[in-house]
Design a protein around this ligand. Structure first.
Ligand code: SAM
Length: 231
């Protein structure tokens, strides 16, 4: 269970109504039950339910059972697509160990309004499900041009491009912080491709000869990066 509160052994933590209701009303866990909790920055702890009902509850934080494990410094930047597929991308990015998730608005991005609070809640659920001790931040959507104008020097960009001609498109084995960029279903415009290629530290990378859906491409790109450069 994720608690939005810095945790330490011996503390008593108040549970918000929604989480207390989940434990008591949905999971039907009685007082005295021991659970695993994490706060995204201090590791995972045992915690005992002191009391919980639909209005609120209390947990007593026990021993640290797993130390905090920050993910590698990898961002996933992606153009939001349909709601369910965007949720899928966020969920898989958390499972694949992305440290930051950035929705990026490109020329051909064609999606409903991006609800960052909803995506952040999906990131929390995914971290709970995969046993992570870290929850990546989902950033506010940003236009691609603005993102590139303020691109942090030294961060490499794995720019996933299905239209590489006469290039190997291999992910170079270079150290340093990285970001993966995946385009929308309509792909990147020619102007965006040109701009991306001019970015210092950008590496156009192929994910194979077939055109992958954007959600598949995000998972494939993160897998490739983790395989070559991750830990
Ligand atoms: N509209 C494009 C087209 O038909 O040519 C396809 C875009 S694809 C569905 C969505 C995104 O996934 C692309 O912008 C790219 O970032 C990524 N992608 C898909 N297949 C890829 C591949 N084989 N290599 C690299 N990137 C790929």
């Amino acid at each position: 269970l994720y608690l939005d509160h810095p945790l330490a052994q011996g503390q008593t933590v108040q549970l918000p109504a929604a989480q207390a209701h989940y434990l008591s009303g949905v999971m039907r866990l009685p007082a005295g039950t021991v659970l695993s909790v994490f706060d995204g920055r201090s590791g995972e702890f045992d915690a005992t339910i002191l009391q919980a009902n639909k209005r609120g509850g209390e947990l007593e934080i026990g021993e640290l059972t797993r130390p905090f494990q920050p993910p590698p410094d990898l961002w996933l930047a992606f153009a939001p697509i349909k709601k369910a597929r965007t949720d899928f991308i966020v969920e898989k990015a958390v499972e694949m160990g992305a440290a930051r998730i950035l929705p990026v608005l490109t020329e051909f991005t064609n999606s409903e309004r991006v609800r960052v609070d909803r995506l952040q809640a999906h990131a929390v659920e995914a971290a709970e499900q995969c046993g992570g001790t870290f929850v990546p931040e989902v950033a506010e959507p940003v236009k691609l041009a603005k993102l590139l104008d303020g691109w942090p020097g030294g961060r490499r960009l794995m720019f996933c491009d299905e239209r590489l001609v006469g290039e190997t498109g291999e992910l170079p084995d270079l150290p340093g912080p990285w970001a993966v960029l995946v385009g929308p279903e309509g792909g990147f415009s020619q102007a965006e491709r040109t701009r991306l290629r001019k970015l210092d530290g950008a590496h156009p990378v192929s994910l194979g000869p077939r055109i992958l859906r954007a959600d598949t491409a995000a998972v494939a790109a993160l897998t490739l990066w983790q395989h070559r450069l991750g830990d």
